[in-house]
Design a protein around this ligand. Structure first.
Ligand SMILES: CC(C)(COP(=O)(O)OP(=O)(O)OC[C@H]1O[C@@H](n2cnc3c(N)ncnc32)[C@H](O)[C@@H]1OP(=O)(O)O)[C@@H](O)C(=O)NCCC(=O)NCCS
Length: 121
């Protein structure tokens, strides 16, 4: 949660949960470099949102990187962040930050943590 310091008002939040991605749903240019496991470990971002009065100020755009930092420090062996976008606007939002749609699942997007970590640095 992000809370406005002065007022204590909740400004933004998200949840993280352990998840997995069926390996055949990943693009072949990625799977050819992966071990032949049936699924790859992931962390699912859920319920990511910014309060109406706090939108448009850069807070939402900082949340994907915050998720990534939290996953990199807390969960070893995670291949990717995963998110179920609620609509096409949310798909566009996540694509800005490097997320890619899974094969045949246009509203489910993933971000490999190894490549994202390089961008973070
Ligand atoms: C999507 C959401 C989190 C963005 O939060 P925000 O604090 O307004 O976002 P920011 O001000 O940090 O904007 C970051 C960038 O994303 C863009 N953006 C904002 N909302 C967007 C949307 N719905 N679709 C596509 N791009 C969006 C902004 O134009 C901005 O681009 P810029 O950096 O080029 O200026 C917020 O609108 C929200 O909570 N929406 C309702 C819930 C939702 O859709 N969650 C998505 C998960 S399913």
């Amino acid at each position: 949660m992000a809370v406005e310091t002065e007022t204590g008002v909740l400004a933004a939040y998200y949840t993280l949960a352990a998840a997995s991605i069926p390996t055949p749903d990943l693009p072949s240019e990625i799977t050819k470099k992966l071990p032949r496991y049936p699924t790859m470990p992931a962390v699912r971002i859920g319920r990511l949102a910014v309060g109406l009065q706090f939108q448009g100020q850069g807070l939402g755009g900082s949340l994907p990187a915050d998720c990534l930092r939290r996953v990199l420090t807390a969960a070893p062996g995670v291949f990717a962040l995963l998110v179920d976008a609620k609509d096409d606007n949310a798909v566009a939002f996540y694509r800005r930050y490097g997320f890619t749609q899974l094969t045949g699942q246009p509203r489910t997007l993933f971000l490999p943590v190894a490549s994202a970590e390089k961008l973070l640095r």
